[in-house]
Ligand binder design. Structure first.
Ligand code: GLN
Length: 392
């Protein structure tokens, strides 16, 4: 038989999404792949019901339906500090995943370097391989996951084509400060690199932290490709609606990539989602309040169990330190993946092994998310208490 693609043999399936399948097979509470277990806003569902009869049911314009792009431009122009042209500066994609892949394929030639902070969302590794780029990893240093500016500059000295910035960061929950973003901006300017952002958790930010869009920094509009999605903001991860926003000459090329990758995002879903994009500030305040309550509840639960963990400033991810369990004789030689599989089978809670996010050899974290009803989170905490029995 002929050989299959060498490129594709360089990465595995997504561990995050694999954990969901294992979790489902065992009927566990799935706190691995991040998505909510509650419904999207009623108004969006009503709009979807209406679209099911009224349409559209045929292709939208490949780079996005015009009413969707108009609504998105209206929503983002203020916070971006740029009057976004919906015809020339937006591409609507099938989720943030396609947005990131499109951005990478738009800017990278084979052999180009891209800076990736580690730990990082696992898609960036595959995005780099598929677009032919070579990642340069720069560590985010615990406990607050800051970067060392000198280390970052050393990475820029290798003349990367772009830096990938996930803000708020998955899996650390870090929200980059304005000062940190300014450091990145100065280096991007000095070494003439693009910044590709992944800002899908832009509306899940916990006070007093404030999210700053990278493209809004002075001089950064021209070199930023802002990627995001409606998945987390409107609890519609299955709708696969995402987008790239950036300067027209970059977006023109991104449109070509997107056109041949997927043609376009689902037309009736774009139509219905316009309702969400037109929500006023009270919707986003409500979302923040909802997730703040969930975070606090889950954090208190983990604290009561004496589990060491990160406290997210944004996003809905928490990393729990499992070192004390891995030190037990029954887990001798276990990888964090094997530990997660054991927890799914024996505790009934699914997490993502931390090693799937770290470039470095880090084996002592698992990532849990709290986009679940309070009742489900309470049951999850109760189940996790079984881990403590192991220590007795
Ligand atoms: N970003 C989510 C996570 O890290 C999942 C997104 C996806 O699976 N496409 O769990």
């Amino acid at each position: 038989m002929p050989e299959l693609s060498k490129r594709v043999s360089q990465f595995t399936d997504s561990v995050i999404r694999r954990m969901t399948r294992i979790s489902d097979a065992h009927g566990a509470i799935n706190l691995s792949q991040g998505f909510p277990d509650f419904d999207p806003p009623r108004e969006i569902l009503d709009a979807l019901a209406k679209a099911s009869y009224a349409g559209p049911h045929q292709y939208s314009i490949t780079f996005g339906a015009s009413n969707f792009r108009r609504a998105l431009a209206d929503k983002q122009s203020g916070p971006f500090g740029h009057d976004i042209n919906p015809d020339t500066e937006i591409v609507v994609t099938c989720g943030g995943t396609e947005a990131m892949m499109t951005a990478m394929m738009t800017v990278c030639n084979p052999g180009d370097k891209v800076i990736v902070f580690s730990p990082f969302y696992e898609n960036y590794g595959a995005d780099a391989i598929l677009s032919g780029a070579e990642p340069i990893y720069v560590p985010l240093l615990p406990p607050d996951f800051h970067f060392d500016p000198a280390q970052l500059e050393a990475a820029f000295q290798q003349h990367p084509k772009a830096l990938i910035l996930c803000n708020p960061s998955n899996p650390t929950g870090k929200v980059f400060t304005r000062e940190e973003l300014s450091t990145i901006a100065a280096l991007a300017e000095k070494y003439d690199a693009f910044v590709i952002t992944d800002e899908v958790y832009e509306h899940i930010i916990f006070k007093p932290y404030v999210h700053t869009y990278f493209c809004s920094l002075p001089g950064m509009w021209e070199r930023t490709i802002s990627c995001s999605s409606l998945s987390k903001t409107y609890s519609i991860t299955g709708w696969r609606l995402g987008y790239l926003i950036g300067p027209a000459h970059v977006i023109e090329r991104a449109k070509q990539v997107h056109d041949f990758l997927t043609v376009g995002a689902a037309a009736p879903l774009q139509e219905a989602a316009v309702t969400g994009l037109r929500f006023g500030p009270e919707y986003y305040d409500g979302l923040q309040k909802l997730y703040t309550e969930k975070r606090d509840f889950f954090v208190e639960g983990l604290d009561a169990l004496g589990l060491a963990h990160t406290v997210p400033q944004g996003s809905y991810f928490i990393m729990v330190d499992i070192a004390k369990f891995l030190a037990l004789p029954q887990f001798k030689g276990f990888s964090d993946l094997e530990f997660c599989e054991w927890v799914i089978r024996n505790v009934g809670v699914a997490a993502v092994p931390g090693s799937s996010f770290f470039r470095e050899d880090v084996n002592n974290f698992i990532r849990l998310h709290f986009a679940r009803s309070r009742d489900t989170l309470a049951v999850a905490i109760d189940r996790l208490s079984k881990l403590n029995d192991l220590l007795k």
